[in-house]
Design a binder for this molecule. Structure first.
Ligand SMILES: Nc1ncnc2c1ncn2[C@@H]1O[C@H](COP(=O)(O)OP(=O)(O)OP(=O)(O)O)[C@@H](O)[C@H]1O
Length: 355
């Protein structure tokens, strides 16, 4: 089922949580709503679910007006961060619950329910644990059961609000890969709320980046990562360094760097911000040209497969560089050493345009 959000605004008192938000989710797509705390992700999800009413705007399901439809009529399934399972029921009964409480006329037979529950148990790879109680499961297993319970009633839309938020990093990673594979199998239209950019980049077909109740950008993971439309998106998706400067008659100057572009031709001393991802900077001991910045090594820190180097520039500002371990091993940097930092890619934003 496709979802269209058209010009949705939601206020809580004088606070605007959603400001004229429009979004289309084609049938079968997995969309991630990504943004910092308070950006309006959950409010938008709750409006799609029918748990919250917008002040203005419309929600359409398959092109049909659904703004005032009751939750029960919307055929949505939910999985929340702390959507506790029924403690006194086994895994089997938890998953079967939505089917057993259906009105008698449309309730499947006991045998059909059994078939359905075991199909779902297979899908979530927990067939052996049907008779366990929630307290006897790990956090990751519980969330998989919660997902199976949501899927049992064959929702047309699946809404997931930080479903893996309470789990530790390793389980989180496993589950998001598992969710991606599961979605490839069942293709139910899904909206997934997260504030974790890696999770969104890995799981979603499309990412909707939210900030202060508005959509900053939407696109495929590579579109938003490689071509961020705004400084906010650049900053939010990855570890970035920021250089302040100015553009004037075809040139941008910042932190001792000079960049020429025809895009700047009409700018006259306009303030500009240059963004460089920490893995888009090379460190050299010697330099032959002007494209590198003189710096001093402040500290060197191993972070798993990366080595994070903090450099102090001549102007006193600090930048962070992430080097692959083999590159760092070759360089063998020591604290206090003088080096050169060469940004490979800089994205310049001025008030009027970006390159
Ligand atoms: N029922 C409510 N009453 C008053 N304010 C609310 C209510 N629900 C949400 N808000 C406010 O609306 C804003 C958006 O909240 P929302 O939960 O949608 O953000 P979010 O992006 O999901 O954040 P988080 O990641 O922290 O859950 C927040 O500032 C929040 O305090």
């Amino acid at each position: 089922m496709s979802i269209d959000i058209v010009g949705i605004t939601k206020n809580f008192g004088s606070f605007t949580a959603l400001d004229q938000v429009s979004l289309s989710v084609p049938s079968g797509e997995l969309v991630a709503l990504l943004g910092p705390s308070g950006s309006g992700k959950t409010s938008l999800l709750r409006i799609i679910a029918g748990l919250e009413t917008p002040d203005s705007g419309h929600v359409l399901f398959n092109g049909e007006e659904a703004t005032n439809r009751q939750v029960q009529e919307r055929k949505v399934g939910f999985v929340f961060q702390h959507y506790a399972l029924f403690r006194h029921m086994t895994v089997y009964d938890n998953i079967a619950f939505g089917l057993t409480v259906k009105p008698k006329k449309i309730r499947p037979t006991k045998l059909d329910i059994r078939d359905k529950v075991f199909t779902l148990l297979k899908l979530i790879q927990l067939e052996q644990l049907a008779d366990r109680y929630p307290a006897q499961l790990s956090g990751g297993q519980r969330q998989r059961v919660a997902l199976a319970r949501a899927l049992a009633v064959e929702p047309q839309v699946l809404l997931l609000d930080e479903p893996f938020g309470a789990l530790d990093a390793k389980v989180r990673l496993e589950l998001r890969r598992w969710l991606r594979r599961l979605h490839d199998e069942i293709h139910v239209t899904s909206v997934f709320v997260t504030h974790d950019q890696e999770e969104a980049l890995e799981v979603a077909d499309r990412i909707v980046v939210m900030n202060q109740g508005r959509i900053e950008q939407q696109g495929t993971p590579s579109e938003v990562y490689d071509h961020p439309a705004t400084p906010f998106v650049f900053d939010f998706l990855g570890n970035v360094n920021l250089f302040q400067g100015r553009v004037h008659e075809g040139k941008a100057r910042m932190a001792g760097l000079e960049l020429a572009s025809p895009e700047f031709a009409t700018a006259h001393n306009a303030p500009a911000l240059g963004y460089v991802r920490s893995h888009d900077i090379e460190i050299e001991r010697e330099t032959l040209d002007l494209g590198a910045l003189e710096a001093e090594v402040r500290y060197v820190l191993s972070v798993g497969p990366l080595v994070r180097v903090n450099l102090a520039l001549v102007d006193g500002n600090g930048i962070e560089v992430d080097l692959a371990r083999d590159v760092a091993d070759r360089l063998r940097l020591s604290v206090g050493e003088k080096v050169f930092a060469r940004p490979r890619k800089i994205r310049v934003f001025t008030e009027d345009y970006q390159i």
